[in-house]
Every structure is written in C-alpha cells, then in structure tokens.
Design a protein around this ligand. Structure first.
Ligand code: MN
Ligand code: MN
Ligand code: ZN
Length: 280
C-alpha cells in the first residue's frame, strides 16, 4: 500500500489533522508546528496534543508517515548572529513541539548563506544542528533539497551530504526529496531517476531518504523557480510522474503533496496519483 498525504491545516488545533488526513484519502501528512510566518511558537495545549495522538491511533497513522515542516523565517545558515540565534531558538522550540505531538521528523530547509558563501553557510548550519540536537533529544531532522536561488544551500545532493557528514549526530539526520525542487534545480528525475537515486545512495544512503514531497512543477527542468503545480498539471506531467512513482524505491517512501489548494484540492490530487498508479 502506498503512503500518501498532504500538507494539512492546523488552524483551530492539531487535533483536526488525523481525521482530515483520512477524509482526503491519505494515510500520511505534514503540518507546520506553528504559524510559519511568525517567530512565536507555543507548545500544544495538553488537551489538543492528547486528542491529536488519539486520532493517530484511531486512524492507524504510522510514525514514519508523519512530518513537521519548519517555519519560513528560520535560517540557520545566516551569517548574521542575531538572525542565526533566533533561528536556532525557534528550531529547538519546533523540535519540542514535534516531541509533544509524538512526531519523529522535522523537515527543514538548510538555509541561505545570504552572500557569505556556501562554505560559511554550511558551517553555520552544522553549528546550529549540533546545538539543536543536543538540546532536544527526540526529534530527527530532515534536510530538504531546495532550488538554487537567494543563496540557498541544498540544491545539490553533495551539499546535503556535507552537512550530514559534519554534524556530531548524523544518525539523527535524514533527507526529504521534493520533486519540484529537484526538477527545478536541474535533476532530470523523469528520464534519469535511477542516476539520481544512485547518487543519493552513494553519497548519503537511501535509508536516510525518509519522505518525498510530491509536487509537479510549473517550470522547465533547471529553471530554479520553485513553483509547485498540481499533480499532472505541470511540466513534469502525468507521464513524468508515472515514471517517478512506479520506481520501487520511491514507492517505499511516504509521499506528501505540497501542491496549491486546500484539502478538497489535495483530495483530488491524491485521487489523481492513485489513478496514475492504477490503485483505487
Ligand atoms: Mn519545504
Ligand atoms: Mn517541499
Ligand atoms: Zn517549494
């Protein structure tokens, strides 16, 4: 059985997430641990966390199919001390929220070096991750591949490897591959998927690939734009997605949709994926 779901809303509480995941045809999900556009983050109310966990049990959602996505303001690659420290503090808070909800994995963007250069940026990322992983002992961090824009680090698999190799607890790090980001960053995951996966295996290990962010792209291969499109509606398209999704390594990982639209649209996207695969 495939593991699939979408990025889910949390307005009104985390407790809504498990039920709505099932309602849209999913068995996996991603959520923000707090409002992603704010520096403020609070631990969940105990009643909300309890109801959330009860829902997880009731609907039999597996631990490896639940993901938190870090807020947008965090940049642990920042060369600016104040921004870096604020980012680190919020990252630790997010890990604590994950832990309170019983969510094992927190997905982060490695960050932007803001002009200081990739080597400097990676040093700051490693320094922040070492402190974060020491401060909170439960949560695993997944580095998401991104596109090459705005000083972003992590548009190449080599950069993700460098971060993992340099932290003190590499066993608590993994990666997420976003199909739109890989495509936009110039990885031809339609025609050269085996090569791409071999690269991940050789550099990082496929067992460290924990999630797929399943998005079509509005733009051409190598565009570096990062604009997600609904399933089959973009440049990767239905045929391209079929090639990706029938790969047995990809099939073994949970897929999270981050396509435009709300639960109702994601329900249609999930149905589309199942149609592509010929499973109902
Ligand atoms: Mn992301
Ligand atoms: Mn993504
Ligand atoms: Zn994106």
């Amino acid at each position: 059985m495939i593991k699939i779901g979408a990025h889910m809303p949390i307005g009104g509480g985390f407790k809504r997430v498990p039920k709505e995941t099932i309602e849209i045809g999913g068995n996996a999900f991603q959520i923000f641990p707090h409002n992603p556009r704010q520096w403020k983050a609070n631990l969940p109310l105990s009643e909300d966390a309890l109801e959330f966990k009860n829902g997880i049990k009731k609907y039999k959602i597996e631990i490896d199919s639940m993901l938190c996505h870090s807020g947008y303001l965090i940049n642990i690659a920042s060369p600016k001390e104040e921004g870096w420290k604020k980012s680190l503090d919020l990252l630790i808070k997010e890990m604590e929220i994950c832990s309170a909800l019983g969510i094992k994995y927190l997905n982060i963007h490695p960050g932007s070096h803001l002009g200081s250069g990739e080597d400097e940026g990676i040093k700051k990322i490693v320094k922040a991750l070492n402190i974060a992983l020491d401060s909170e002992k439960n949560t695993f961090i997944l580095l998401e591949n991104v596109t090459k824009k705005g000083g972003n680090i992590g548009y190449k698999i080599e950069q993700l490897k460098l971060i993992i190799d340099n932290v003190k607890q590499p066993e608590r790090l993994g990666i997420t591959i976003d199909t739109c980001h890989a495509w936009d960053a110039g990885y031809d995951i339609v025609n050269k998927l085996d090569e791409f996966l071999e690269k991940i295996d050789k550099l990082i290990g496929l067992e460290k690939l924990k999630f797929i962010h399943l998005n079509d792209s509005k733009n051409e291969l190598g565009s570096n734009k990062d604009r997600h499109e609904n399933i089959g509606m973009g440049i990767i398209g239905t045929d391209g997605l079929k090639k990706i999704l029938t790969n047995e390594i990809i099939l073994s990982k949970p897929w999270i949709l981050e396509t435009p639209g709300d639960n109702e649209v994601h329900k249609q996207d999930i149905a589309k994926v199942k149609e592509i695969l010929g499973v109902i």
